[in-house]
Each structure stands twice: as C-alpha cells, then as structure tokens.
Design a protein around this ligand. Structure first.
Ligand SMILES: C[S@@+](CC[C@H](N)C(=O)[O-])C[C@H]1O[C@@H](n2cnc3c(N)ncnc32)[C@H](O)[C@@H]1O
Length: 301
C-alpha cells in the first residue's frame, strides 16, 4: 500500500503525546492510513497501539501498511466514540484523534467527497450507516437543507444554494459530485465563485459532516475519552475547522484545573503547523492541536 495521506503535525504529536510509562497503551482513534500509528510504534518500542477507523477500506489500507507490526498493533473497525463508550480494557495512556477524513477519501475513495471529481454522491465512511449525501440533497426540504449548509458549512449563501438545489432537482435527481459542485457554484454571487476556495467547499463540508454525524460523534467522544485515560494519560485532538475546535476548546476548558476541573491543559493556545509544514502539506494549514493530561491521582470528571 502506498499511502497518499500526509500525516499532520507528526513531530508535535510525538512530543506532546509522549507516554509517561514504559509500556504504554496508545489508542489512535482515527487510524486512516496509519501514519501516526506507525510513528508511535517506531518511537516507543514497548508501546501497544490500537488503531480504530470507522471505514473498513481505510482500516485495510492501514493494516497492510502496518503488517510488520502485528505483535504490537491491533486493528478495530468501528466508530471510535462508540468503541470508547463501550471500552472495558485498561485505561489508555494516550488517545489521539486526528479528525475528519483523509486525502484518500478525497482523491481515491470514489465516494463523492470532492467537488473536483465526478463521482456518486455518497460521502459515508461506512456503507451500513443511514442516509448518504444524495439522499440529503434530494430529500430534505429547502429550509432544512439551507440550515444544514449554514450550520455545518458556515456558508453565508446557504439559502441561495438550497433554493437552486431544489430548483435543479425538480428537473432531475442530483446524483454526482460534479453536478452538485456546478449547481452550488451557479447559486453564489460571481465574486464568491472566483474566491480563494472553491464555491462548493463549504457545502461539501456540511454534507459530509451531516452524513457521518461528525460533530455529534466528537461531542460524545469528548464526554467519555478523558475519563478513560490512565492516571497521567493524555488526550490529543487535531481539528480542522472552527466547529470542531470550538467543541474541543469548550470541553477542555471545563476539564481544566484552572477553572472547575482537575486536568492539565497542555496547550493554552492550540498548536498549529509550522510554516514549512503548511507549505509542504497545504491540507494541514487549518489544523489546530490541543492536548490535556489527566492528573496522576486520577482526578475527577
Ligand atoms: C484525517 S484521517 C487520519 C489520518 C491518519 N492519522 C494518518 O496519519 O494517516 C481521519 C480518519 O479517521 C476516520 N474517522 C473520523 N472520525 C471517526 C470516528 N468518529 N470514528 C472512527 N473513525 C473516524 C476517517 O475514516 C479517516 O480515515
């Protein structure tokens, strides 16, 4: 397997998520193509790493990449928020969440995540879960669709976009990513059509977040993961847009011992990629990395 996703902030992750014990248990809750898991396995020779991904295609790619490490690497296919909710194993020393989807999803999955390609509008990470993107685009009422695009895409032209989608779908169902991208671009003012980002970027982000319940999953994970950590354990989360970062920041603040909590927030301000990294790997540009540490005496949640 030749990885196509470039792992974000690898050095910062190794530094801030350095386990405090000799034989740590590390959970990589967003395994993807396994880039961060591989670095943990190489850097901490006695660590056991559990990699979790909802997407079985991704999980297979990672398993292939990490096939030399089966003595210390274990694969789980599932939603990490659900795996951790039901967790009965020992307390992990490290939990990493590198949120969102990977470059492979955009460029190689064929599931319509990218407005740059012409693919069926699916966007599900698992093929057994609920509505796909075409069901939302063709099935939601105009105002629900506008709300979804506004809420999850922070798209200021959400009403115009929803109106145009509803007009177009009366003629024929919208089944592919290229058609949706063209419709969205035609709905926004000319100035926005030629802006820094493609006019459909926010709409595609909104649909993907809704299809996979990304924010609901993050909220539930933030409730359970800190309590599971072993004493002295660390939870690190990399987010890629303000909706995610806001949830992480708010929850970490509630756990912060400087306020009402008992945890140490190790990143008063989120860490961001260096200029070199941002240049070399443009998708990393929006990354924000926050870390908390559970007190040695276990603290309270
Ligand atoms: C940004 S990629 C991770 C890339 C990986 N860290 C690497 O370096 O190769 C995020 C991955 O997490 C998965 N994912 C996102 N949210 C998830 C969740 N709540 N549960 C399980 N997997 C999730 C996606 O399927 C995707 O493969």
């Amino acid at each position: 397997m030749i990885p196509i996703h470039v792992s974000v902030m690898p050095n910062e992750i190794l530094e801030y998520l350095k386990p405090s014990v000799d034989q740590p248990l590390i959970i990589d809750g967003t395994l993807g193509e396994g880039g961060h898991s591989l670095r943990f396995l190489q850097a901490y020779p006695q660590a056991k790493v559990i990699g979790i991904d909802a997407d079985s295609v991704m999980a297979r790619r990672a398993a292939d990449r990490l096939s030399d490490w089966t003595d210390r690497f274990e694969l789980h296919i599932g939603w990490t928020d659900e795996v951790l909710r039901d967790w009965e194993g020992p307390g992990p020393d490290v939990i990493l969440m590198d949120l969102g989807i990977s470059t492979y999803h955009f460029d190689g999955s064929g599931r319509g995540f990218s407005f740059k390609s012409d693919e069926p509008l699916d966007m599900r990470l698992t093929d057994t879960d609920g509505d796909d993107a075409s069901e939302l685009v063709n099935g939601l009422g105009e105002s629900d669709l506008a709300d979804l695009i506004f809420e999850f895409g922070e798209e200021r032209f959400s009403r115009r976009i929803a109106k145009r989608i509803v007009e177009e779908r009366r003629r024929s169902r919208i089944e592919d990513s290229a058609t949706l991208a063209r419709i969205v671009a035609s709905a926004v003012p000319a100035k926005a059509r030629h802006g820094r980002i493609h006019a459909a970027t926010r709409t595609f982000q909104a649909l993907r977040i809704a299809v996979n319940d990304e924010l609901g999953r993050l909220e539930r994970l933030l409730e359970t993961a800190p309590g599971l950590l072993a004493p002295g354990g660390r939870l690190g989360i990399i987010s890629f847009h303000s909706l995610e970062d806001r949830l992480v920041k708010r929850r970490f603040r509630a756990l912060d011992r400087r306020y009402d909590g008992t945890f140490e927030v190790l990143t008063r301000k989120p860490l961001v990629p260096s200029e070199e990294e941002a240049k070399a790997n443009p998708p990393s540009r929006s990354a924000k990395f926050r870390v908390i540490e559970k007190p040695i005496d276990g603290g309270i949640i």
